[in-house]
Design a binder for this molecule. Structure first.
Ligand SMILES: NC(=O)C1=CN([C@@H]2O[C@H](COP(=O)(O)OP(=O)(O)OC[C@H]3O[C@@H](n4cnc5c(N)ncnc54)[C@H](OP(=O)(O)O)[C@@H]3O)[C@@H](O)[C@H]2O)C=CC1
Ligand SMILES: CC(=O)[C@@H](O)[C@H](O)COP(=O)(O)O
Ligand SMILES: [Mn+2]
Length: 385
């Protein structure tokens, strides 16, 4: 039996690589639903290739345009739009697995709705767990929905933990490439350009996560993501900079053994693992040859220059709505930087400022999370008026 897959965020970096995997393993997988934002070019090609049952786009105009573009396709395809459209794709009856590959808090509601339908979640959208980790993990337990991490570090940890007890974990060691500006000091970060920030040394990814990687906020988000996925306290989650991105993360056990997962920096490995789990299937991508790498390096993160990592540890430890504010402030600040409306170094200032203005709510409801996310965005965009 083929696994039936719905992809939300199908036109992005994770989404398109998910389709690549389906194409290579057509005997294992079938796509039944696609959701995208505005990229009709890629979406149309995907529809023609995989012939899904349902497709979602960002708004009604795009839905009309898409209908026109694919009117020659004989098979009935339902076209939906907006947040209702995303939810419809995430909850389609036919799907066994939902790949959450949209960027940002936009992923929260569809992920929750898919969980409530008991779907297996291949989770790429880390912002969902950062903003609502407690709520999402409790729902997953309640509805017996498995969450399989796609994020490379979390896939690595998940793989290292197979057959192990979380109780015997001494620490989780998340590896970080260090991003586009590794080795630079504050003074050198003044005036850096968007093009420079988007120049990730190892991974080719969407714009938002690439900037997060450059500020080290990506690693901060991943610390919180690991806390919720694996139920490990923050004191036991460490970050080490590993510029080659060959070791994707490690787990240290109480007997001092460390288990690591290695591979070339290629997201098709963790995406495929999540889709095929609990099986492993063949991957025809280039293989890791350690003799060609020759050396693996490790160093401590420069937390004075790149303060977002510490900000995330603090917000995670405070809990409640602190990570909601941090995440929303980061999303807005990264967008402003990408639009060249603020400097790179302002990203961390904006996040700190918003956290200082917020009175944390512990054990927030979904409505409170959404309200706080909204409040944060408005505060930044209106200058706090
Ligand atoms: N890229 C990577 O290698 C990794 C990514 N992740 C995480 O995975 C997630 C996706 O990242 P990535 O693939 O890089 O991001 P991209 O920016 O490449 O893709 C984002 C996707 O979200 C869609 N989208 C954006 N806005 C909307 C909207 N309003 N409605 C519906 N869909 C929307 C985009 O559609 P469109 O383009 O059509 O507008 C696109 O399909 C992020 O949370 C990221 O942190 C985690 C690990 C690695
Ligand atoms: C591929 C992936 O999982 C990214 O999240 C990656 O980890 C980004 O790299 P760094 O944040 O380590 O630079
Ligand atoms: Mn990652």
């Amino acid at each position: 039996m083929k696994k039936k897959i719905a992809i939300i965020g199908s036109t992005g970096s994770i989404g398109t690589q998910t389709i690549d995997i389906v194409r290579e393993h057509i005997e294992h997988f079938e796509v039944v639903g696609l959701a995208a934002g505005t990229n009709l070019e890629i979406l149309e090609a995907q529809i023609r290739e995989v012939k899904p049952r349902i497709v979602s786009v960002a708004n009604i105009q795009l839905a009309k345009e898409l209908k026109e573009r694919i009117k020659d396709i004989q098979q009935p395809i339902e076209i939906v739009y907006g947040i209702d459209g995303l939810n419809a794709v995430a909850t389609i009856d036919e799907a066994d697995v939902v790949v959450t590959a949209v960027v940002g808090i936009m992923g929260l509601l569809p992920t929750i709705n898919a969980i409530k339908k008991g779907k297996k979640i291949a989770l790429a959208n880390k912002e969902t767990l950062v903003a609502a980790g407690s709520l999402v993990m409790n729902l997953a337990k309640q509805y017996q929905a498995e969450i399989i991490p796609v994020d490379s570090e979390h896939s690595a940890i998940f793989q290292c933990l197979q057959g192990e007890s979380v109780k015997s974990v001494e620490s989780i060691i998340l590896t970080a490439s260090g991003g586009s500006f590794r080795g630079k000091k504050k003074e050198e970060l003044k005036g850096v350009t968007v093009t420079q920030a988007l120049n990730h040394p190892n991974w080719s990814m969407g714009a938002k996560i690439t900037i997060d990687s450059a500020t080290l906020m990506n690693k901060g988000l991943e610390v919180i993501e690991a806390h919720w996925l694996f139920g490990i306290p923050y004191d036991k989650i460490k970050v080490v900079v590993h510029p080659e991105s060959i070791i994707h993360s490690m787990v240290e056990f109480e007997d001092t053994s460390i288990i690591a997962q290695l591979g070339l920096p290629n997201m098709r490995i963790p995406i495929q693992y999540a889709l095929a789990y609990p099986k492993r299937i063949i991957n025809r991508q280039p293989k890791l040859d350690l003799t060609k790498i020759s050396k693996l390096n490790f160093e401590n993160p420069d937390i004075e220059t790149f303060q977002c990592l510490q900000i995330a540890y603090e917000a995670g430890r405070i809990g409640g709505t602190a990570p909601v504010v941090m995440n929303a402030a980061n999303e807005v600040a990264v967008q402003l930087f990408l639009q060249e409306r603020i400097e790179f170094l302002e990203i961390e200032h904006i996040i700190k400022e918003m956290l200082s203005r917020h009175s944390v709510i512990q054990h927030p409801s979904l409505e409170q999370i959404i309200d706080v996310d909204d409040w944060t965005r408005k505060q930044i965009l209106t200058g706090g008026e």
